[in-house]
Design a protein around this ligand. Structure first.
Ligand SMILES: Nc1ncnc2c1ncn2[C@@H]1O[C@H](COP(=O)(O)OP(=O)(O)O)[C@@H](O)[C@H]1O
Ligand SMILES: [Mg+2]
Length: 381
């Protein structure tokens, strides 16, 4: 019987244990701040490993009870309040026993659900007129039962900015957090500029409310060794040079590096070699999953012609979108038109500014555009 091996590369969900590549420096800095009761905000690109890092620190390094509230895509105050309560009720620590929660939050009329393990848990759906009371009760519970031991983790915190009159909610939360004084808080957020609007803008109640730690990629050499070890499962050869090209191609975004090598591991035979030619084939396999979407973007009505042209030119490495050459290629003389186009692409989440360049949120989209339109270029693959 053929033994089916688990693919050792993990992409998508949070990574733990053997799937987690240690990042000692960031772990140490954040751990020290939290231990001394500080509030910390982790800022970094999407899929850079913020949630994995935070949970590794909370579970493995500190081994402290924590509440993990994910605000991703939250639409209004009601939903934000519900997420806080639900995070408390699903936390697996004895502080948050069913009976305790029922006693302190029962007046908010949660519904009882029975989990796969047969245990009951409470789920909250806060009503419009109970928002303030719900948040109040949640923080009371944290204060009364957890003393200094618990750590609260607010993930994708920048999404609260999308809520109407978000400063009201920020104001309430900031007040409550200050009240809990020595309970450490951890925030994580994916968009640098938005996190800055929260922690660095004097208008926001969270101004200077946390020490901001920027999380970028894991060092190339360390991540190469981590990847190579996993390739051993199928005896696949991978040179540091080839690895480096892939890592650079996706700007070192860990989730994307893992996605590439996961696909490679799946497709390659045992004892084969992952060289540049094979890499190109793997890349084309990845394109297959998203081809329809990519084509729709580049031919449909989502973007204007100028926006599409900008994407095409940006897909070529080291292009400065404000240079004369860039404008010439776009056949335009309007610098303000180009700026508007770039801003529109940024707000539609196709690209983001990183230091003095623009990057694609989906680096595979960038490669696909390149493969379609710049075949004449002497590109990496
Ligand atoms: N420390 C790590 N070691 C290995 N892979 C990682 C690590 N952190 C993140 N990844 C990769 O990135 C993906 C996204 O991680 P996640 O923690 O959800 O990132 P973020 O919260 O920044 O969006 C994971 O599924 C995994 O493929
Ligand atoms: Mg995350």
């Amino acid at each position: 019987m053929v033994k089916i091996q688990k693919n050792p590369f993990s992409f998508g969900p949070v990574v733990k244990e053997g799937d987690y590549c240690p990042r000692d420096k960031e772990e140490r800095v954040i751990e020290e701040l939290l231990v001394s009761g500080e509030k910390v905000a982790i800022v970094g690109e999407r899929r850079m490993g913020k949630t994995s890092l935070a949970l590794h620190i909370l579970e493995v390094k500190l081994s402290r009870p924590y509440v993990h509230v994910d605000f991703m895509g939250v639409r209004d105050e009601r939903e934000a309040a519900s997420r806080i309560l639900n995070a408390i009720s699903t936390s697996r620590h004895e502080f948050f026993k069913f009976e305790t929660i029922l006693k302190t939050l029962g007046h908010l009329k949660p519904s009882v659900t029975i989990g796969n393990d047969g245990n009951p848990s409470l789920s909250f759906n806060v009503k419009q007129n109970e928002i303030d009371e719900s948040i109040d009760s949640a923080f009371k519970l944290l204060k009364d039962f957890c003393k200094k031991e618990v750590i609260v983790f607010f993930d994708e915190f920048q999404d609260l900015l999308k809520i109407e009159d978000s400063n009201r909610l920020f104001g309430i939360l900031r007040g409550k957090i200050q009240n809990l004084n020595r309970i450490p808080f951890l925030f994580a957020g994916s968009y640098r500029s938005q996190m800055d609007r929260i922690f660095k803008d004097p208008e926001n109640p969270f101004y200077n409310g946390a020490t901001v730690i920027e999380v970028t990629t894991i060092d190339k050499k360390i991540f190469y060794n981590f990847t190579l070890k996993k390739m051993k499962g199928k005896d696949i050869k991978l040179s540091e040079d080839t690895f480096s090209k892939i890592y650079d191609m996706v700007y070192g975004v860990l989730g994307d590096v893992q996605r590439f090598f996961r696909t490679a591991y799946l497709l390659l035979e045992k004892k084969s070699e992952l060289d540049d030619v094979t890499c190109k084939n793997i890349l084309h396999e990845i394109f297959k999953y998203e081809q329809t979407t990519f084509q729709e973007i580049m031919t449909g009505s989502i973007l204007t012609t100028l926006q599409r042209d900008i994407l095409r030119e940006l897909s070529v490495e080291n292009t400065n979108p404000y240079s004369k050459g860039f404008m010439t290629k776009l056949e335009t003389t309007s610098a303000s038109g180009v700026t508007r186009g770039l801003n529109a692409l940024e707000s539609k989440n196709f690209i983001y500014r990183y230091r003095d360049e623009y990057r694609f949120y989906n680096p595979f989209f960038k490669e696909w555009i390149k493969s379609q339109h710049h075949i004449h270029l002497n590109s990496l693959f």
